[in-house]
Ligand binder design. Structure first.
Ligand SMILES: [Zn+2]
Length: 252
């Protein structure tokens, strides 16, 4: 005969409800489970990736992901919220990575280019496998950005974010807000195409590499130290500036 199931009451707060089945959103509900699982397991089984969770209260006490449920508890699960002062409680997120670096899922190519343009070290390929992304995140201490909830359930991933926006510029805004990057922008410090560091170059050395008209009109040239492409403020620059300013990012 099977052992009887244990029960706990769960309630999820704020945007964590987006991950739940509709009948479980914004209300307490009963969850039945065998044995004494670490609390991370039922949370992910209910659809919420651990990277989105910042605080778990069990009967009013904050607990880590490894806390074992035994039955009869009331569980409250809160998202990452930066604005509240929660210092006395047990924050689940490891301290923010000091110099935020990213690895992006295959469907986020435009966002990768935007983050690089703002100077953030951003690993991206359109043929990454999930397991590669998890490995890169672990070994290079990168934050995973994705719209795939399943990817964020990899145990190797400690820092990650599920992006709600589908439009790349809105995704950029979401990332800047979520990781509080506003003060860290270094526009044009990286190559949007390859993530290489971009450096200013002496104009006299590149005369043969650009059209004569551009050479005559332009003073500021820079080069990617990795793929060696040359950059200068061309005609598309104003349009790009407008796009970024539509989400509150002012380029110089
Ligand atoms: Zn490059």
């Amino acid at each position: 005969m099977d052992a009887p199931l244990n029960h706990a009451e769960f309630r999820f707060y704020e945007e964590l409800n987006d991950f739940l089945a509709p009948e479980r959103r914004y209300r307490g509900f009963d969850y039945a489970f065998p044995g004494a699982p670490a609390i991370k397991d039922p949370i992910e089984a209910l659809g919420v990736p651990h990277t989105e969770v910042d605080l778990i209260l069990v009967d009013g006490e904050s607990v880590p992901f490894g806390h074992r449920l035994r039955g009869g508890e009331r569980v409250a699960v809160y998202p990452v919220f930066e604005a509240f002062d929660l210092t006395p409680v047990y924050r689940l997120r490891p301290r923010p990575l000091r110099e935020p670096r990213f690895v992006l899922d295959v469907h986020l190519g435009r966002l990768a280019a935007y983050l690089r343009l703002l100077g953030f070290d951003t690993a991206y390929r359109n043929d990454y496998q999930d397991i590669e992304i998890a490995g890169i995140a672990l070994h290079e201490q990168r934050i995973v950005l994705t719209r795939d909830i399943g990817l964020l359930k990899h145990n190797a991933i400690s820092h990650g974010a599920f992006l709600r926006a589908t439009q790349p510029m809105r995704q950029l805004r979401e990332v800047l807000d979520r990781f509080q990057l506003e003060g860290m922008l270094q526009p044009f410090a990286r190559c949007a195409l390859c993530n290489g560091v971009v450096e200013l170059v002496d104009k006299t050395g590149i005369r043969d590499e650009v059209p004569a008209k551009v050479y005559a009109q332009c003073e500021d040239f820079s080069r990617c130290t990795h793929c060696h492409r040359l950059f200068w403020p061309g005609g598309h620059y104003e349009r790009m500036k407008q796009q970024f300013s539509s989400v509150g990012v002012q380029l110089p």
